[in-house]
Design a protein around this ligand. Sequence first.
Ligand SMILES: NC(=O)C1=CN([C@@H]2O[C@H](COP(=O)(O)OP(=O)(O)OC[C@H]3O[C@@H](n4cnc5c(N)ncnc54)[C@H](OP(=O)(O)O)[C@@H]3O)[C@@H](O)[C@H]2O)C=CC1
Ligand SMILES: C[C@H]1O[C@H](OP(=O)(O)OP(=O)(O)OC[C@H]2O[C@@H](n3cnc4c(=O)[nH]c(N)nc43)[C@H](O)[C@@H]2O)[C@@H](O)[C@@H](O)C1=O
Length: 337
Amino acid sequence: MPSDSRALHTGLKAGDDGRSFLSDKSAKVFVAGHGGMLGSAVRRRLSALGFTNIVGRTRAELDLTSQHAVDKFFAAERPRYVILAAGKVGGLHASSAAPADFMTENLRITTNVFAAARRCGTVRRLLYLASSAVYTPDAPQPIPESALLSGPPAPGNEWYAIPKIVGIKMCQAFRAERAMDAIVATPNNLYGPRHPFPSESSHVIPALIRRFHHAKVTGAAEVVVWGSGAPLREFTHVDDVADAVVLLMDRYSGDEHVNVGSGREVTVRELAETVREVVGYEGRVVWDATRPDGVMRRLLDSSKMRALGWQPKVELRDGLQDLYKRYLQSCVTNCKP
Ligand SMILES: NC(=O)C1=CN([C@@H]2O[C@H](COP(=O)(O)OP(=O)(O)OC[C@H]3O[C@@H](n4cnc5c(N)ncnc54)[C@H](OP(=O)(O)O)[C@@H]3O)[C@@H](O)[C@H]2O)C=CC1
Ligand SMILES: C[C@H]1O[C@H](OP(=O)(O)OP(=O)(O)OC[C@H]2O[C@@H](n3cnc4c(=O)[nH]c(N)nc43)[C@H](O)[C@@H]2O)[C@@H](O)[C@@H](O)C1=O
């Protein structure tokens, strides 16, 4: 297996013509999932850097689960770079509530985009977004990239994790066949603007912002939070992850996926307290032990990403304050409990 991009798809890897990603700003970049939380952060970052030819499609315009539609799109658009940030995503409860949808949609999106990108023949580099969910709960902490496939993913989360492992392996397979310069970023829990705010299926941060806000405006005496409060999580702001994605597109071409995490852990209890303070809710927090904790700890070893020059900038409290401000702005039209 090649350890770098030498000889990958002759003429189609970043840098062959002396151009790195960041010196190729008029090239067409397809950001799949450009309307999502991470995809929109990547698009904002690329625009700010001066990229002039960013292409995105909503799901209504291009359903990535349809191979025919994806082939047609790639044949017509012929992008030079692809960032695959589309997929079915959700919190702890979401994938166990809809296992078949998580498996089929995420596998289809991955196989369709990889096949079409290869067939169209213009793609110099493709970056796939995996997830820290790929690691087994028994992995050493902080979790190195080498822990991949050292054990099964967390029970209940395999429907999301296994398609993500397939995505990582897909990149390695395409590299092994010298078919495409495909690389992988593996972020931990993300938060930021455009975080979806549905109830049961959302991640913890949007769920808590919404619940504390609703309790504040209705004068409720308590807010119920899931689990014991003891699990540790490493949250990373999407703007920091977007920086990592750009950096990898520019400087990285290797078989191994690259972890992306802020390096700062908090317990769910500390998170709930911070959200309570940011929202300004003065009532009690009650822990619902009938709800799952999920994995007790999942801290990534992101030393490889840092060695490439990445430095996360957004502090959790600042990111939460910004998110709550945006939530209040969106409440003008829609702020259901
Ligand atoms: N959020 C997190 O904590 C983490 C996320 N990741 C990964 O990062 C990536 C981005 O996640 P995030 O931004 O949070 O997710 P979001 O749910 O915010 O965005 C996902 C995007 O994918 C699009 N999409 C989903 N299905 C299809 C489809 N069939 N055809 C076309 N577009 C589709 C959505 O479009 P639409 O809105 O129109 O449905 C949306 O724009 C994902 O691969 C995720 O697994 C990794 C680690 C943590
Ligand atoms: C990155 C990773 O992210 C996800 O895994 P997760 O970190 O377990 O996800 P979460 O945000 O849902 O929960 C974090 C913690 O928070 C606690 N918690 C408290 N109260 C609420 C609450 O109200 N809602 C939710 N969702 N969680 C709550 C909850 O009990 C847990 O301890 C997966 O989607 C996984 O697939 C993935 O890729």
